[in-house]
Design a protein around this ligand. Structure first.
Ligand SMILES: [Zn+2]
Length: 121
């Protein structure tokens, strides 16, 4: 199976979409970001965590944890990055971005058996 282009996944999966999927409620703070309770449940402070729609990043000022929308989904759902990317693209009806196929590695040239065995020459 080809490798997932995680850089591209982080571009197409928006923080707002993941927050909605996770059922997070938030308070709008400005045109670009909202604040909410830590999605990891570190604290009851309703404004501990900042979710920035411009950078598509989140950060909890209590537990000092943050990252991309993909990271958020991984952490809350306890999934690997791979499983989270597959699941998110499926749920959000996005095509899973894959890296261009890497050409198969050529097998190392087998030394001529004559030269390998003929050590006395
Ligand atoms: Zn936190």
């Amino acid at each position: 199976m080809p490798a997932i282009d995680f850089g591209r996944v982080k571009q197409i999966v928006k923080l707002g979409d993941v927050m909605a999927l996770l059922g997070l409620t938030w308070t709008r703070q400005s045109r670009t970001f909202v604040r909410a309770r830590c999605p990891l449940g570190c604290h009851e402070d309703k404004h501990a965590c900042k979710f920035d729609g411009t950078t598509n990043l989140w950060y909890c000022h209590r537990c000092k944890t943050g990252g991309s929308a993909l990271d958020l989904y991984c952490r809350v759902k306890h999934l690997t990055v791979f499983a989270a990317a597959v699941e998110l693209c499926e749920l959000l009806h996005r095509e899973l971005p894959l890296l261009a196929a890497v050409p198969a590695r050529k097998d190392r040239a087998v030394k001529d058996p004559e030269t390998v065995l003929d050590t006395d020459a």
